[in-house]
Design a protein around this ligand. Structure first.
Ligand code: HSE
Length: 404
């Protein structure tokens, strides 16, 4: 089975390494040898044996009937989107780790694949090496899934873990995550939550069968989280994690990406470093959790190669994936109910009375010098915003949602 690879960066070079290291077992599982015939990249690699496979023109791959599977690890929408369309229309399967592409055009590309009796597979687009797309699509099919909550970004989980355990600065740990090949080309996509947002949009679309537009998902990253917030988390017996969630209640779907305070006893609290974990709740199976390395060369490449094997096994047949183009209207974020942890400047001794007046009863948290800290009751986001507004000139140092 001849494969073309698009992109020879971190993940692309990992794909070559995985196929070469495990060629025998991969051949057994695929039922035929898997061979990389071309590698498309803008660059040449003169000192690397891969150079003899390098091509710069996608038409070489499109026009070669021997190539039945194309694996893409370039990232970004352009030119991946037009490549994916032409490759699928040519009757070749397309396998990708590109979450931007899948979140934006997944429904359409699945439809094109179906029409052409080939496959569009994207296991590596969410959770790095963790199998989650295939379980959602092929295993948990007896259940109504009503919630998926997960740590979906390796870079930010790595940063939060090192900031807390090693007291290192955000910038310092981010540099390390980049050097380890975890971060996006533009790491703002990681730290501002955009990467996790696309991933939860993909999972929600698969869980609910209709398109969840990532642009509709309220998203906050971790750039405002400080060492002081982590001290408070410790006092509250909590960890701070960047969580992506989608939940369905009756016919209402809501989704969000934000840092959350979660109790240390919560299974997601124990997920550290570059690891990701995805918690799935089904109405029959109950709780499931998927855990593993969420970023990095070989774990992500392992998921890409597993899709190549699946595409090889299903040559000539389309694996049905339900993700309609019809868009789900998400519940307005203002109406979602949640509790907040809040830190404010202690301007005077009257501050507690003032907080009680505005927020009603709150749970006080032992505060750092010069501060007052508390956890609110569960309330609608819009009511929380109104109450913060009502505090007037009281300086809010930070506010972090609390997982129930
Ligand atoms: N930058 C991403 C992360 C890579 O850190 O999770 C894997 O999608």
């Amino acid at each position: 089975m001849k494969v073309a690879l698009l992109g020879y960066g971190t993940v692309g070079s990992g794909v070559v390494e995985v196929i070469r290291s495990n060629s025998e077992s991969i051949e057994k599982r695929a039922g035929k040898p898997i061979e990389i015939k071309y590698v498309l990249d803008l660059r040449d690699f003169p000192d690397n044996p891969i150079n003899e496979l390098i091509v710069h023109d996608i038409n070489v791959i499109l026009e070669d009937d021997e190539v039945e599977i194309v694996a893409e690890a370039m990232g970004g929408i352009n030119p991946a989107y037009s490549f994916a369309k032409s490759i699928l229309e040519k009757g070749k399967s397309y396998v990708t780790s590109n979450k931007e592409l899948v979140a934006l055009h997944g429904a359409e590309l699945l439809e094109i694949a179906r029409r052409n009796k080939v496959n569009f597979l994207f296991e590596a687009s969410v959770g790095g090496g963790i199998p989650i797309i295939r379980p959602l699509n092929q295993s948990i099919t007896a259940d109504e899934i009503y919630e998926i909550t997960g740590i979906l970004n390796g870079t930010t989980n790595y940063i939060l873990t090192k900031m807390k355990n090693e007291k290192r600065t955000f910038e310092d740990v981010l540099k390390e995550a980049q050097a380890l090949g975890y971060a996006e080309k533009n790491p703002a996509a990681d730290v501002e939550g955009h990467d996790a947002c696309r991933k939860i949009a993909i999972l929600a679309s698969l869980a609910f069968g209709e398109h969840v537009n990532f642009e509709d998902i309220p998203t906050e990253g971790i750039t405002k989280i400080t060492q002081e917030d982590m001290i408070y988390a410790e006092k509250m017996d909590c960890e701070i994690k960047l969580l992506g969630t989608c939940q369905k209640q009756d016919d209402n779907v809501f989704a969000r990406v934000s840092p959350m305070m979660i109790k240390k006893t919560h299974p997601l609290a124990m997920v550290n470093d570059v690891f990701n974990a995805i918690f799935v709740k089904g109405n029959m199976v109950g709780d499931l959790m998927f855990y593993g390395r969420g970023a990095g060369k070989l774990p992500t490449a392992s998921a890409v190669v597993a899709d190549i094997v699946d595409a090889a096994k299903h040559a000539g047949t389309n694996i049905m994936t339900i993700w309609n183009r019809e868009k789900i209207e998400l519940k307005a974020k203002e109406d979602v109910r949640i509790a907040y942890f809040v830190r404010i400047e202690r301007v005077d001794e009257g501050i507690e009375a003032r907080i009680n007046e505005v927020f009603g009863e709150v749970e006080e948290v032992e505060a750092l010098a010069g501060e007052y800290a508390f956890i609110t009751n569960v309330m609608k986001e819009k009511h929380f915003a109104e109450k913060i507004e009502a505090l007037g000139d009281v300086k809010v140092i930070s506010k972090i949602r609390v997982q129930e």
